[in-house]
Design a protein around this ligand. Structure first.
Ligand code: 26W
Length: 803
């Protein structure tokens, strides 16, 4: 990074402002000021970007490509300034020009090209790869509309399109000259060319894939990697020329629209797999484009195609990009002339796969007919992989048809994408220890027995530069003051903070920092929701996608129960609490939408009931996204990680809260278990049914939610209040939740864990009353959180999978 001083920055900024807007700064809008700043910073990055690429080429370094349907980046301005080490100087220079940097930062639209955990993980990984000087790039889709914006109207979620590109995006560079052609449909014939059978593709529809590159700036190291997102365009003309010349204009534009629709929208569903052809198109589109461009670049470097796997690693983020496997085989055989055996071997050594969920309803399987029609050549290759794999299985398990049918890639008219991913890659990993064990022992046990060497665990992590340095500057300064800057590049060194916690002054400081953050959030809540919350109350937060298994219902029922109890006993001696929720429901997920409505209705009732108002308040914050998480997390005292054991693969917000000094109330699920191992059981509050018990109950069918309801007065009272008019005159309003708990036997054990959860919450209340002790626990959480930096995770991927 070139050296920047305040005066030269001011000059450059003013000059750039005039060039880009045709105005003087004082006449420009804030949006223009943001855009000019972004484009100036991107300009600064350009040299490092080019140099990084030249270095990789010269050193012939292995390059990693992280393929993901989702990259949930959030904002980039301040992260880039921090990683470049120029935030302060820019802030001062801008102040001289009468511009507030923090105001510009707030203007940036979130780049919300992801649903939740999986997409955010991809974004954290990109930052860690650059910051660790690993040659690793992202490959994905440039959706025109990101994850929908959520509005709450009369308590209900309403979805509004996220037209994020309405604001010019200063970070991306369009590279039309590096476009690729993607072929859909048509027929494939095997033809004899020089005594060799060669696949020829006819009558296909060609679509142009145009790349947009965004620089991924490493922290203080001059490394700039690339996030390449693909956008669909028509190949030749803006429209169907034939239709156009015949005067059929609407059909001419229809064609253009249908092509562009491939990259128009992000599917907003991370709970239910839906076999939509557009989604399959998206998957093949970006996979094929990405691979073609990687191979072109590799061959340009004079790479011998047979050594591809020595210089390229491809990682697939869940099964969504799994078509890289047949697509790579296609390129190697049809375009490079390799034999099946060679192509298979190279592909297998190149590709690695991460599984992010065991929820069976989220597993991808595509109807055979759909793949055959849309991707005829790819289908032939999948068929061949399946046939060879089944033959192998036959020789290993002769006569065991059941097992072979279970493990086959194609069965019952479907292609099972997870099976294709496991068979076609050299590494399969889960995202937390428990999750990996469940994959090995249960969900994928047959595959584990067959390929034990492929399976491994890589516990998730978070980018501590964004999720600590950036979002909690006062905590960052306190840490630097006490343990120096070492933890920034080596987050495990956060543990050095542990010794400092004997110092009362440090605990005091921690307390002040948290209170400050809470005051900021309270202001924000007041400004956006017109609700007054007490910054001295416990900020008790559950923010994540709304989903049955994440059990926002459990949280809400205990609030309803507490409300009942305070009304019964107005002098009840408890710490005041502010309950904070945020999260989006998939548009078609009725239970989740009903939960949002319940939380909002409960919030309304409680917040307007003077009898309880100095004690509790409930806030549902609209439109959860990365930027909102950045505001809530540093201000939270208690982090709710209450999924039903076995269901949450890892969770990553749990790590963000820990790193910002919240205590966690949790079930022993996902990475919560490892949080407990690291911070010690006295510094986390654990409750609920354990994973082994869950599995045991599954085997014995030994759970009846009706029994609990009938035999426990508090449970009965709170469940009844869903339908007895307490919260709504419309007694059917929360019927879906009610039926889920009773009629459908409470799939996620909400009632089963209710009492243990209440006890755990009582324990939280007691702990909080001893403020000094509580602060110490918070400090221990911060000190123990280094292992959850994505730098650690990425180093493990690099050492154990990619090299
Ligand atoms: C096909 C529809 C669909 C789309 C996305 C199904 C499933 C998904 C994702 C796999 C869901 C997801 O985001 N999983 C989350 O991944 C995080 C990162 O590993 C984990 O921390 C979360 O526990 C897991 O739910």
């Amino acid at each position: 990074m070139k050296n920047i001083n305040k005066e030269s920055f001011k000059k450059e900024y003013s000059k750039r402002f005039l060039e880009l807007t045709g105005k003087r700064i004082e006449d420009g809008t804030n949006e223009q000021k943001y855009y000019v700043l972004g484009s100036l910073i991107r300009g600064y990055v350009m040299n490092d970007w080019l140099n990084t690429q030249s270095r990789y080429k010269k050193n012939n370094k292995k390059e990693i490509y992280y393929f993901s349907m989702e990259f949930l980046i959030g904002r980039l301005l301040s992260d880039n300034l921090i990683n470049l080490g120029i935030r302060e100087v820019c802030q001062e220079a801008l102040a001289d020009l009468n511009i507030k940097l923090t105001e510009l930062e707030e203007l940036e639209n979130d780049q919300g090209l992801g649903n939740g955990g999986l997409g955010r993980l991809a974004a954290c990984f990109l930052d860690s790869m650059s910051s660790l000087s690993i040659a690793g790039h992202g490959c994905g889709i440039r959706y025109k509309y990101g994850f929908f914006n959520q509005k709450i109207i009369e308590g209900k979620q309403v979805e509004v399109p996220d037209n994020w590109l309405k604001q010019d995006n200063p970070w991306e560079v369009k590279k039309k000259d590096e476009s690729e052609i993607i072929k859909f449909g048509g027929e494939v014939r095997l033809e004899n060319v020089n005594n060799k059978l060669v696949a020829k593709h006819y009558n296909y529809e060609a679509v142009l894939a145009v790349p947009y590159d965004t620089p991924v700036v490493g922290y203080d190291n001059g490394v700039v990697n690339t996030l390449r997102l693909w956008s669909a365009e028509t190949v030749n003309d803006e429209f169907n020329f034939e239709a156009f010349s015949k005067g059929d204009f609407s059909r001419a534009y229809e064609y253009k629209n249908s092509v562009e629709s491939i990259t128009s929208i992000l599917y907003p569903d991370d709970s239910n797999y839906e076999g939509k052809i557009l989604r399959l198109k998206q998957e093949y589109f970006f996979v094929s484009a990405g691979l073609q461009s990687i191979i072109k670049k590799y061959k340009n470097k004079n790479g011998e195609i047979r050594k591809l796997n020595e210089k390229i690693a491809i990682h697939i983020n869940d099964t969504h990009p799994v078509l890289v496997i047949p697509e790579l085989i296609r390129i190697l055989i049809d375009e490079e002339g390799l034999s099946w055996e060679e192509a298979w071997d190279i592909t297998n050594k190149t590709v690695a796969y991460t599984n992010h969920t065991i929820l069976s309803e989220a597993l991808e399987k595509w109807p055979v007919d759909m793949i055959k029609k849309l991707l005829p050549r790819i289908f032939l290759i999948i068929e061949e992989i399946n046939e060879r794999f089944c033959r192998e299985l036959w020789s290993r398990y002769p006569g065991d048809w059941d097992k072979i049918a279970q493990m086959a890639i194609i069965a019952d008219g479907y292609v099972k994408m997870a099976h294709l991913a496991i068979v076609g890659s050299h590494s399969v990993n889960g995202v937390a220890k428990l999750h990996t064990e469940i994959l090995k022992k249960r969900e994928m046990v047959d595959f584990y027995n067959y390929y034990p060497e492929k399976f491994n665990n890589k516990t998730n992590g978070i980018n501590h530069r964004r999720w600590l340095l950036k979002i909690n500057p006062n905590l960052r300064d306190l840490l630097i003051e006490n343990i120096g800057e070492g933890f920034i590049k080596d987050p495990l060194r956060l543990i050095e903070f542990k010794d400092k916690l004997e110092d009362k002054l440090v605990l005091e400081e921690l307390c002040i920092i948290k209170l400050d953050n809470k005051i900021n959030l309270a202001d924000y809540i007041y400004n956006t929701k017109n609700i007054k919350v007490d910054p001295r109350s416990i900020f008790d937060t559950q923010i994540k996608r709304i989903h049955g298994y994440k059990r926002q219902v459990l949280n809400c029922l205990r609030i309803m129960d507490l409300y009942n109890r305070i009304l019964e006993n107005p002098c009840m001696n408890i710490n005041n609490r502010t309950f904070i929720f945020a999260g989006k429901a998939a548009p078609g997920y009725l239970l989740a939408k009903n939960v949002i409505e319940l939380i909002n209705v409960v919030a309304d009732k409680i917040n307007n009931d003077k009898r309880v108002n100095d004690k509790i308040k409930v806030v549902f914050m609209e439109n959860y996204n990365v930027s909102l998480a950045e505001k809530i997390i540093p201000a939270t005292d208690l982090s709710e990680q209450i999924s039903m054991a076995t269901k949450e693969a890892s969770g990553t917000s749990n790590m963000k809260f820990m790193m910002n000094g919240a205590l966690t109330i949790a079930t022993l699920d996902g990475a919560n278990i490892e949080i407990k191992e690291n911070v010690g059981e006295d510094n986390i509050i654990i409750f609920g049914t354990k994973s082994e018990e869950v599995l045991e109950i599954y085997n014995n069918h030994g759970y009846y939610s009706y029994d609990l309801y009938n035999n426990d007065y508090r449970i009965k009272r709170v469940v009844d209040s869903l339908v007895d008019g307490t919260y709504s005159n419309d007694r059917e309003r929360f019927r879906i939740i009610y039926d889920n708990l009773l009629r459908y036997n409470d799939e996620f054990f909400v009632l089963k864990d209710f009492n243990s959860y209440l006890k755990a919450q009582d324990k939280v209340d007691k702990l909080y009353s001893d403020r000094c002790n509580w602060q110490k626990k918070c400090g221990l959480n911060i000190a123990s959180s280094g292992v959850f930096s994505s730098d650690r995770t990425i180093q493990e991927y690099f050492n154990e999978i990619w090299s």
